[in-house]
Write a protein that binds this ligand. Structure first.
Ligand SMILES: [Zn+2]
Length: 192
């Protein structure tokens, strides 16, 4: 595992990104500022504590910069964020719409304007009655990959022209095309 952290230089206040190697945990490390070239020390906590702190920060979706005793700051993130962009192409039933998916489990379907409780997480505003109200589900896996599964829809879910079999999961890739009912949805995988 590679952990990159941002450390603010106490002299010029500029941010330095450093790669924390195994032998840097639990002690003070001397860093040469890439902006003003002065040397300063920064303390890095023991690995276990540091990783759990970063994971907590990642969950809260914010970067945490903590002040150390020696007046330097530490923080950063372990992995880049990955999300899926779902673009509904305009057709005779609807205008174009874009949704971002970054949750573990998000159902997709036609928005129910009658206000019934049977609604998807991603509600597509469309008159396309061939699209179910909970038509399919997109799931984000631990490895940041996205998969799709049909939710026993009447008209099936189509991926790049092939209908999804049963309730099997299929990997989604950047540039893939889904068809729900008579509506085409474009997939983009975005690495932040
Ligand atoms: Zn500096």
């Amino acid at each position: 595992m590679q952990i990159k952290v941002n450390v603010n230089c106490p002299f010029c206040k500029q941010k330095n990104q450093i790669l924390v190697k195994d032998d840097m945990f639990g002690r003070k490390n001397f860093i040469s500022c890439s902006h003003c070239l002065k040397n300063f020390a920064t303390s890095i906590p023991p690995k276990k504590e540091f990783v759990s702190r970063l994971e907590k920060a990642k969950k809260e979706k914010e970067k945490v910069y903590e002040k150390n005793e020696d007046n330097t700051y530490i923080g950063g993130s372990i992995k880049k964020e990955v999300f899926l962009k779902l673009s509904v192409l305009p057709n005779e039933y609807s205008v174009s719409q874009v949704f971002e998916i970054d949750q573990k489990h998000m159902t997709i379907g036609r928005k129910n304007s009658s206000g019934s409780e049977y609604k998807a997480d991603v509600e597509i505003v469309t008159e396309d009655m061939y699209m179910g109200r909970k038509h399919a589900v997109i799931m984000k896996k631990e490895n940041n990959a996205f998969v799709i599964k049909d939710l026993k829809s009447a008209n099936l879910t189509w991926l790049n022209g092939t209908s999804l079999k049963g309730t099997d999961e299929f990997y989604l890739e950047d540039g893939d095309e889904l068809k729900l009912g008579r509506t085409i949805l474009k997939i983009n995988i975005i690495d932040k």
